[in-house]
Design a protein around this ligand. Structure first.
Ligand code: ADP
Length: 400
């Protein structure tokens, strides 16, 4: 069955794509951006690491996908895997059928910025490539194993039963990938407790027990939890009414400030980009220093809190652009976590080569790993599994 899978992540005016084959080195990937505008273009890496830049003026999602597939004609994928942020109550990756597409649509109120864009991509690929099996892989699915005491909010029950207000969690493909990979590398920890920290522009933490998510820092939406690039993470829920009453802000304004103007950007007054914030802090900028301190402390606090979900804490994993590349943030975070016997080997931490996986503890406590995430690889793997299962079911059915 499928050796190559086209992984698609549709935003409102962009499409991230990756053609994932068995070998990671052979991956072709890129981004179609500014869709619908005069400067719409595709930028990416093609076979052998060659850069690609292609102007596609005013192309919409369908046109961009058509152009992409024409370019990938020699590597015709056997399936398409769609990243979908919110699957509502769907608990695993699913073959796209009219019923599953309707359920993705029904989850739109829970991810109003993401799911409509995914549906545009799904609509286009289903029309363009009706012969290809297509699968939706959900950010929320990995967290559907959380127990009710982790996913319920302490608010009136009808808000959960009638309106689906609960904690869902996101970044599921990343938490699943790195915890699986670390278990594989650790050899003896297939069963065990991992804390994972996915630190990118969006950041979240997760507690994984025996390969299943038992708690995570993001909630109903990806705003809950740790400090992010532009997102505040946890605030007092009464902040909304405080801002409304005292500053006259409406809900749209409050949402915008907490999602787009807070986090590292809000604290540092400089940037949402951790590299810029670290550089400024090193040059004596006090707001930038504080932003790093709040980021690291709150991250440590979130990890400590999530440890309650684990019968034993066997290891901690850092991933995402910040987690993979910043020895400085890893060290700062661990300095706030002295209670679990976690012991960093500073040399291994500092010497870990960019983009590589490695163990950075000193061997005397729970393991500490840096694992570069591979969300596209994980989506491709789940897509293959779903398609293979469907093919097997079909061949069994044909025998009956
Ligand atoms: P996204 O969530 O958009 O996929 P990434 O996982 O690529 O984002 O992470 C982006 C973040 O990683 C940015 O804040 C960037 O500054 C940070 N980052 C990348 N390299 C480094 C580094 N060497 N040191 C500190 N932060 C880094």
């Amino acid at each position: 069955m499928a050796t190559s899978v086209l992984v698609i992540n549709c935003g409102s005016s962009s499409i991230k794509y990756a053609l994932v084959s068995e070998r990671r080195e052979d991956r072709i990937y890129g981004l179609a951006e500014n869709l619908g505008a005069a400067d719409a273009r595709i930028k990416g890496i093609t076979v052998g690491g060659e850069p690609l830049e292609l102007s596609i003026p005013y192309a919409d999602h369908a046109k961009a996908l058509e152009t992409l597939l024409a370019r990938l004609a020699n590597y015709k994928p056997q399936a398409i895997g769609h990243r979908v942020v919110h699957g509502g109550s769907l608990t695993k990756a699913e073959l796209l059928t009219p019923e599953i597409i309707e359920r993705i649509r029904a989850a739109t109120p829970l991810a109003p910025l993401h799911n409509p864009a995914h549906l545009i991509g799904i609509d286009a690929t289903v029309r363009l490539f009706p012969e290809l099996p297509q699968v939706a892989v959900f950010d929320t699915a990995f967290h559907q194993t959380m127990p009710p005491h982790a996913y319920r909010y302490a608010i009136p029950k009808f808000l959960y039963t009638d309106h689906n207000v609960r904690r869902y969690g996101f970044h599921g493909t990343s938490h699943a990938y790195v915890s699986d990979k670390a278990s594989e590398l650790a050899g003896n920890l297939k069963k065990g407790g991992w804390l994972t920290a996915h630190l990118g522009n969006g950041s979240s933490t997760c507690a994984v027990w025996n390969g299943q998510s038992v708690d995570t820092s993001m909630g109903l939406t990806p705003l809950e939890g740790v400090v992010m690039g532009t997102r505040s993470g946890d605030v007092d829920p009464s902040l909304h009414s405080f801002l409304a009453k005292n500053l006259g802000w409406d809900l749209a304004k409050i949402d915008k400030v907490l999602n787009n103007e807070s986090g590292l950007l809000g604290l540092s007054q400089l940037s949402n980009d951790m590299r810029t914030v670290i550089e400024a802090a090193k040059n004596g900028n006090e707001d930038a220093s504080l932003a790093i301190e709040v980021f690291s402390y709150r991250l440590a606090k979130s990890l400590a809190a999530l440890s309650c979900g684990l019968p034993t804490l066997d290891g901690l994993i850092f991933t995402g652009g910040i987690g993979e590349n910043s020895a400085y943030i890893r060290e700062k975070t661990l300095a706030y976590l002295p209670h679990f016997g976690l012991q960093l080997d500073k040399d291994q931490n500092n010497n870990l080569k960019r983009g590589t996986e490695g163990r950075i503890d000193n061997g005397n406590g729970p393991q500490i790993w840096v694992i570069p995430t591979d969300e596209e690889g994980r989506i491709a793997k789940e897509t293959r599994q779903v398609v293979e299962a469907a093919e097997n079911t079909a061949s069994v059915a044909s025998l009956v």
